[in-house]
Design a protein around this ligand. Structure first.
Ligand SMILES: *[C@@H]1O[C@H](CO)[C@@H](O)[C@H](O)[C@H]1NC(C)=O
Length: 335
């Protein structure tokens, strides 16, 4: 799940609009000529069905062909490929711009789908966090659907759906994590007196809702999409979430918060604490790995696609962990 955090950050880094490739003179000349020759004549050749379904225009197709022609020329001259509109040149498949990223996004979608049914089956109905986990799981599925769409065709609209879904998922994760750690759920642990708990719950829910609405409004309104702010927003939310789970992993003697309802501050089964620590570390490592951007191998697999590939097993392990955490005997004592 934390795996998702890095997604918007990195997708954004690679979406800074103009790149060396599309600014280059030969690319602009090639596109201009192709556009005049193929698109602006009286009977333009219709594009294949797969391209029309995925909304390729004649001009998009010119850009695609020019990009590959120039890349072949550069490679022949022993030069490194360039990026176009923030993306490496990929070979499209059935109209999909980045087929591997699409495939791996669908792989993540499947993992979350499986995770949803496991939570549904393994966490008892009366568990106070079950509904939160299910909502987060649905939010994650929605995010991976939009990630697949965005990697199929990168447009300002699919980009927004991808980023907003991801922001929603990250915020949902932080929301339920705080509710879990500060025992704000109902029925509640005795950690806080009821009125304080209810007030804290309402305040926290309001903060999250207002934050999300403000985030969407700020990014949707003119003058422009603020990529920098978006990266920082996702980083702050994602890192806060990771920090909370790191507190969970602290050894007994250093424990800062009561991790399980109606238990001592020192109580946390070691294997759970270790698992959380490993997963937080893996997620961070995966994110760092994503930052090493390299031209796609055989014009098929790049760092971003590989990163989507590794988030899937991490998410799978994360569901396993959430279920273990929810199965601790301490949860059975609250009603
Ligand atoms: C690629 O190289 C060929 C052969 O040198 C040349 O004719 C063609 O114009 C080049 N393509 C582009 C887009 O510059």
């Amino acid at each position: 799940m934390r795996a998702i955090f890095a997604l918007p950050i990195l997708a954004i880094l690679s979406s800074v609009y103009a790149s060396a490739g599309d600014r280059a003179h030969d690319f602009q000349r090639c596109t201009f000529m192709c556009d005049n020759r193929e698109c602006k004549n009286h009977s333009p050749t219709p594009l294949p069905l797969a391209l029309r379904i995925t909304k390729w225009t004649c001009l998009d197709n010119c850009k695609y062909n020019c990009m590959h022609e120039i890349t072949i020329n550069l490679t022949a001259a022993g030069k490194r490929p360039l990026q176009y509109y923030g993306k490496w040149p990929f070979i499209r498949v059935a109209g999909m711009q980045e087929p591997c990223s699409v495939l791996f996004s669908l792989f993540n979608l499947w993992v979350h789908f499986q995770g949803y049914s496991r939570i549904q089956k393994m966490i008892p109905r009366i568990h106070p966090l079950k509904t939160y986990y299910l909502v987060w799981s649905v939010a994650s599925m929605n995010t991976w659907i939009w990630s697949a769409v965005f990697h199929t065709r990168d447009t300002p609209l699919t980009e927004k759906f991808d980023y907003f879904s991801a922001a929603f998922t990250i915020l949902t994760a932080l929301y339920f994590t705080a509710i879990r750690f500060f025992h704000l759920y109902t029925p509640s642990a005795r950690a806080l007196p009821a009125p304080v708990r209810i007030m804290a719950f309402r305040a926290w829910t309001t903060i999250c809702v207002v934050t999300f609405i403000g985030h969407i409004l700020y990014l949707s309104l003119p003058p422009r999409f603020d990529y920098r702010y978006n990266i920082i927003f996702n980083l702050v939310i994602g890192l806060s979430h990771n920090a909370l789970w790191l507190l969970y992993s602290l050894p007994e003697s250093m424990s800062l918060l009561t991790r399980f309802p109606n238990r001592l501050r020192t109580y946390c089964p070691r294997r759970l604490a270790n698992k959380a620590a490993v997963l937080v570390t893996l997620t961070t490592a995966a994110t760092a790995f994503e930052l090493f951007d390299f031209p796609p191998w055989r014009k098929v697999i790049d760092a971003h696609a590989l990163w989507h590939l590794v988030t899937a097993p991490i998410a799978c392990a994360w569901y396993h962990f959430l279920i273990l955490d929810a199965s601790d005997p301490s949860w059975k004592e609250i009603r």
